[in-house]
Design a protein around this ligand. Structure first.
Ligand SMILES: *[C@@H]1O[C@H](CO)[C@@H](O)[C@H](O)[C@H]1NC(C)=O
Ligand SMILES: *[C@@H]1O[C@H](CO)[C@@H](O)[C@H](O)[C@H]1NC(C)=O
Length: 340
């Protein structure tokens, strides 16, 4: 009796495992089709499928915990699904604090938070016309350029009521003398300083993005916006960051995006306890475009953040990050915006 029972269990187990594999094979085929993935050899495909399966397992586990109320955000597979976390970090981030000397000390001023100003409970600059559609940096560490154009697009709109998409490629190709390293990384503040001294940045349309380092092709007749330096928010001060967001517009921020939870963020309020707020940990430039509170059972303050990994990543290209939560992931460590 005992033996038969054990045999049945084993049989059921093996049968289930086989079905499970088959389902994953179909999903893998779909994943390749949807994301237009092609691999040169069978060996490479096998390796990629193994990485993808590991990622799928990690995401499933997280989402089961999310369903149990243990997380404030869920994860999803996306076009980074066949990359290990190490590969991903190498090609997708690119905010570099240490590699660059701040080239612009003379042109920067601190944000003086207005006192006694009543600010709204929520703000979303997308609804006010300040924000261009989500862009895609591709496999190039140019996040800093997207963060810089995003903030300048907003300030240019504030002063002209024209929303003009601006050229990240120009910043990648032309701002090396200001301490930036193209696809190898850079700083938003160096970009603002370059734009000032260059007397402008071209439109996206006239100087399109290629996701690779190239020769500078700036054309003065195609300038879409300019700035006269930049304002930085007092380091680590979320009160001032919120005030700047409420009264100025989208703010360029740097964050610690080095955790695999970030690679596959899908929606909800991102909360990564392993995040650091130290300047050394900042590795990704993004754009804060608003803030709010989810009004849930445990009301949570958040920032609305625009990323540059296409609409396929996160919540249509955006994420919500914890606000007033000890400067989680360093979002208030190095925030700034250009002066137009
Ligand atoms: C899944 O695909 C692999 C490789 O193509 C194959 O060896 C395996 O038999 C497939 N599994 C199922 C259950 O179809
Ligand atoms: C943030 O800065 C304001 C002044 O702008 C100051 O009153 C406040 O104490 C600071 N908060 C923290 C946490 O440092």
């Amino acid at each position: 009796m005992k033996i038969i029972f054990a045999f049945c269990l084993l049989f059921v187990g093996a049968y289930c495992a086989a079905i499970f594999d088959g389902q994953l094979n179909d999903s893998w085929t779909l994943f390749k089709r949807v994301h237009k993935k092609e691999y040169a050899t069978i060996e490479e495909e096998t390796a990629r499928q193994t990485i993808w399966e590991t990622n799928v397992a990690k995401i499933r586990k997280h989402n089961l915990e999310y369903d149990l109320g243990l997380h404030t955000y869920y994860m999803k597979i996306n076009h980074f699904g066949d990359l290990t976390h190490e590969e991903f970090k190498k090609s997708m981030n690119g905010f570099k604090v240490n590699a660059n000397v701040d080239s612009s000390k003379n042109d920067r001023h601190i944000f003086l938070a207005p006192s006694n100003v009543a600010i709204p409970d929520t703000i979303d600059w997308r609804k006010e016309g300040y924000v261009t559609p989500v862009k895609d940096q591709g496999q190039c560490g140019s996040c800093w350029a997207f963060s810089a154009t995003g903030s300048l697009e907003g300030q240019h709109f504030a002063s002209t009521k024209q929303l003009v998409s601006l050229s990240e490629q120009q910043l990648v190709d032309c701002s090396t003398k200001f301490g930036n390293q193209g696809c190898g990384g850079g700083l938003m503040n160096n970009a603002f300083e370059y734009i000032k001294q260059n007397n402008g940045i071209d439109t996206e349309k006239s100087y399109p993005y290629t996701a690779s380092d190239g020769k500078c092709r700036f054309k003065p007749e195609s300038v879409g916006a300019t700035d006269v330096g930049y304002i930085y928010i007092k380091e680590q001060n979320e009160t001032d960051l919120t005030l700047a967001l409420a009264t100025i517009g989208p703010i360029a921020v740097a964050i610690d995006a080095s955790h695999d939870s970030f690679q596959f963020y899908g929606g909800g309020i991102y909360n990564e306890p392993a995040c650091s707020s130290s300047p050394d940990a900042l590795d990704h430039g993004v754009l804060a475009v608003g803030y709010g509170n989810d009004g849930g059972k445990h009301p949570t303050d958040y920032y609305i953040v625009k990323n540059s990994w296409s609409e396929g990543w996160g919540d249509a290209g955006y994420l919500k990050m914890m606000r007033n939560y000890q400067n989680q992931c360093g979002i208030a460590t190095m925030a700034s915006y250009p002066l137009v």
